[in-house]
Design a protein around this ligand. Structure first.
Ligand code: MN
Length: 254
């Protein structure tokens, strides 16, 4: 039987060191194909490129760079380059955490989500910037990929994994927390005197809620948050907030 196929991508670009380090480890138990953006595309979220051509370059055997977003890479990787369905789509290891509401902005998480939308298990890995023990974290990441192959998760499951890279053996299954940022828009002037804007402030801590990814990381543990792609608020559906005046709500099959 053919070895399981794992598609690896990221949002830090094909030359990011943690991407190759993880791909190498996964190659000890699976076939690996890397398709990653040709340059840094962090915070690309789930963007896809519909209005300009994408260029693909083979940078090494089984290693490709694409002039697109992380999601372009997974899309093209699964539909054009993979000769069979990948068992797992791995994203990362990202340079820097993706905690709580970061998942809505993160290109790292989006690539894993795209894998899950295409029927693979999606696993996103993020590591503390300048982690003292990245090698140990990457070993942990490879073991999660192996587990996801050996004991497949239901279709549509995404794991969002964050690692402090401090040599910790501990990990916790967590919920998404709420990370806080300094909301910031800076206005400056370009050399021609026209204003330009720089959005996004630095991290400003997190809300202290037990069981969240933010708190697990604060305690120095690895965090695994299982996510599903159905964003429907089922509780709200049972108790809708309003009646819209002049319109009739349909209940059940109508
Ligand atoms: Mn990144």
């Amino acid at each position: 039987m053919a070895r399981p196929l794992v598609l690896c991508s990221n949002d830090d670009g094909v030359h990011a060191p943690h991407l190759e380090a993880l791909a190498k480890q996964i190659e000890t138990f699976a076939e690996v194909l890397v398709v990653a953006p040709e340059r840094q595309r962090s915070a690309a979220s789930h963007a896809i490129t519909l209005h300009k051509p994408l260029r693909l370059t083979e940078v090494a055997p089984h290693r490709f760079s694409l002039s697109g977003t992380p999601v372009d890479c997974v899309y093209l990787g699964v539909l054009k380059l993979c000769d069979r369905k990948p068992a797992v789509v791995v994203s990362g290891v990202n340079d820097g955490y993706n905690l709580g509401s970061d998942v809505f902005y993160s290109g790292t998480v989006a690539a894993a989500v795209e894998g899950a939308l295409r029927g693979a298990a999606g696993v996103a890995f993020s590591l503390k910037t300048r982690a003292p023990d990245a090698a140990h974290a990457i070993e942990f990441a490879a073991k999660i990929v192996r587990a996801a192959i050996e004991e497949p998760m239901p279709t549509g499951t995404v794991l969002n994994v964050n690692m402090p890279g401090n040599g910790s053996q501990q990990y916790q299954w967590t919920t998404l927390g709420r990370r806080l940022y300094e909301d910031d828009v800076q206005e400056r002037k370009d050399p021609r005197g026209r204003p330009y804007y720089w959005v996004g402030g630095g991290p400003a801590g997190h809300e202290h809620v037990e069981g969240t990814d933010c708190v697990a990381i604060e305690r120095g543990w690895n965090s695994i948050t299982p996510m599903h792609l159905d964003l429907t608020d089922r509780g709200r559906l049972e108790k809708p907030p309003w009646q819209i005046e002049g319109f009739r709500v349909v209940v059940g099959p109508g």
